[in-house]
Every structure is written in C-alpha cells, then in structure tokens.
Design a protein around this ligand. Sequence first.
Ligand SMILES: NC(=O)c1ccc[n+]([C@@H]2O[C@H](COP(=O)([O-])OP(=O)(O)OC[C@H]3O[C@@H](n4cnc5c(N)ncnc54)[C@H](O)[C@@H]3O)[C@@H](O)[C@H]2O)c1
Length: 400
Amino acid sequence: MTTRLLLTPDVARVVRHDGIAPSFQMLARYIAEDYVRWSDFDKSARVANHSDDGVIELMPISDASLYSFKYVNGHPKNHRVGLPTVMAFGVLADVATGTPRLLSELTLSTALRTAATSALAAQHLARPGSRTMALIGNGAQSEFQALAFHHLLGISEIRLFDVDLAATDKLVRHLSDVEGLTLVRCRDAAEAACGADIVTTVTADKRNATIVTPDMIEPGMHVNGVGGDCPGKTELHREVLARANVFVEYEPQSRIEGDVQQMPADFPVTEFWRVLRGEAAGRRSDDEVTVFDSVGFALEDFATLRWLGDRAEALGLGRELALVPAMDDPKDLFGELESTSGEAADAAAEADGMTAAQAATRIPAGLRAALLNCVPHRKDAWTTPPSSRKSAAALEAPAT
Ligand SMILES: NC(=O)c1ccc[n+]([C@@H]2O[C@H](COP(=O)([O-])OP(=O)(O)OC[C@H]3O[C@@H](n4cnc5c(N)ncnc54)[C@H](O)[C@@H]3O)[C@@H](O)[C@H]2O)c1
C-alpha cells in the first residue's frame, strides 16, 4: 500500500503532455462534474489561521468514497523574501479506510484550478460573445487566468494593469506569442476596465482595497473577483456588489472571506453549483452586471486532485511513497520503533556482535535497552548529526 507523490515538475509534465487548452478543458470538466453533485459532499468553510501578514488555511471535503484536504497560505508580502504569495499541497484519501492515495503539490495546480473555475463561471455568467477582458493584478495567477479565458471563452484582447510594472512585463514576456491574443498595457485599473466585457481582479493586498469602483462598471460587464478571499481583504467597492447579480462558490465561506463580507448578511447571492445544475438563472440579460465573487472552495481542489491522480496514473508520473508503514501485524506499531533496518540498527548489531542476518530478525539487545530506557546505545551507533551526538555524549558522561 503506497501513496503516489506528485511534485510541481510532474504537474508541469501533465500540462505539457496534454497541452494547456485541453488541460483547462479537462480540469473544468472535473470541477463541473463535482459541482453538479453538490449534495454528495460533506462540506465546511475552510479553517483559517490568520497572522499580521497572511493566512494559512486547511480546506477539507469528502464524498462517500474520497476525502481531500488542501493546505494553502496567502502572504502578499512574501515576494520581498523571494517566496510566492500562495503555496499549497494536498492529499486525496480513501474514505473507506482513510488510506492516503495521493500527496500532491497544489501551488501550480491551484493556479490552474482557479483559472479553470473562473472561466467555467464566466461561461455561464459573462455576456455571450465576450472578447475583451481587463486583467488587474499580473502576478503568479495571472497568466493562467489569461490563458483559461482565451481558450475556454474565446477572449482575444486582454487589457493589463498591475502597480508593479515588472509583473506586467513578465506576463507580456510569457504570453506575447499566444496566437489570436492581443495584450494591451494600461496606465491604471480604470483604463484597463474601459470597454472590457469581463474584468478579472487578481491582486494581493491584505486590506479592503477598492480595485474596481462603480464608475468603472459598464452595462453587461462580468466581474471575476479572485483576489478578495480573506476577512479584511477585498477588491470590489461595495456599490459594485450592490448593483450586481452576485454568484459565490459556498455561501457560508464566502460570507466570511469574499467581497460580499462587506454586505449585510441578507444580501442576495447565488451559489454557482445551482446555475450549473439549471436550478438558478445565471446571467438574465445582456445589460445585467454579474459578479463571480471567488474565494476558492475545497470542492475545486478535490476535483483537481482527482484530475491529477487520473492523469499521473495514465502517464506513469510521480513516485510511490511508503508514507504509511506496511506492517505484518497492523497492531504492532511499536515494532516499527524496533525495526532492525537503518544505519543505527546496523551499527548497534555490530556492537552486539550480531551478523546482518541475525540483525534482520532480532533487534540488538543494546539498541532495545537504549530505546526502552531513554539512553543512547553507544554514541557512535547513532546516525544523528554531530550537534546531537554531543548531547548523546553528554548523557553518557559520568555524573560529577
Ligand atoms: N479565489 C481563489 O480561488 C484564489 C486562488 C489563488 C489565489 N487567490 C488570490 O489571488 C491573489 C493573487 O494571487 P497571486 O498568487 O497572483 O499573487 P501575487 O502576489 O503573485 O500577485 C499579485 C499581484 O497583484 C498586484 N497588485 C497588488 N495591489 C494591486 C493594485 N492595487 N492594483 C493592481 N495590482 C495590484 C501585485 O503587484 C502583484 O503583482 C491573492 O490575493 C490570492 O490570495 C485566490
């Protein structure tokens, strides 16, 4: 029984093998498949631990057969110390036994799934025939948003703005060769939004920012708000929400974390799964302003882990890990402590005058005594680093 480990290069290989457009299509299909069976899931708002400069969150969810969680952070100042704002990993496990089946990176995968979810929502909420999108915030998530909207919605012009010119330079460098996509650099968010069918905000700032103000809104616009995803971290002026038809992922979580945290508790919102199931209307007219107030929901990561697991298996990617010990007697966990494998045990066996064959079947007496009595067996028999060896030596020193 092993757990498949997928690292970022493995996820990159999946996307390179399948192609970026088919990857977004496939991922959006997995996400939609899971959203339409909404009632199958045991759901909860994510658990967030906040600090002055960021947040660390756990996002669990399960259906009758699979459980997943994602660990994800959000630290907008991280770039100052050379780290990404968002870093993530996650697990997919069997519900029947609790066995972890897949342990995967989710940093790159979160960018893919967020963009796939945004584009999926826009397919139902943006005006049909939308061609122009403003992309405000050109950081780590931005190219993924641009490509998902280009490939899944046919967006052909993207109007860019970021307070950091270097971030926009990076995006232009990556995407200038995309066929059928024109990139336009803008001086500010208002210029970017002017004439756009869709406005995507994907900025990172731990405060109530007003990236999109009411004067920027034109009839029929769709606003894809991605960066407002924490208490006290919003992007849309409350009047933008007040005048729009607002859609969220999971209402209990979005009321706390989304841009709608600024609105009264009875401000009307529609959960997006209801639109996908045909139980609620999406866009109702060409003039209506729609907002997808995205915060990222565990179900999207569950679907992403399913997609990654399936593609990794099909392509033979990843590495099998013995993350959980394989035991002849599952009740004999203590036997794992006495395991005779490893350098420490080899050295201990040698000290006890045992052969390798004897050592393989019986824990050396010296090592057992050391283990049970909290004393080192022999200071040179431990595989600990020199600093710990010093403390082991100190333990052996005669009392003065
Ligand atoms: N909704 C979701 O599911 C989801 C998923 C992933 C990330 N996010 C959020 O998306 C945001 C962006 O993530 P990222 O990984 O791209 O972060 P990032 O730090 O790499 O990029 C954010 C960019 O926003 C720019 N910015 C900040 N304030 C701005 C402003 N006032 N106007 C224009 N640009 C501004 C920054 O200069 C930076 O380039 C974060 O807030 C993150 O928490 C949401």
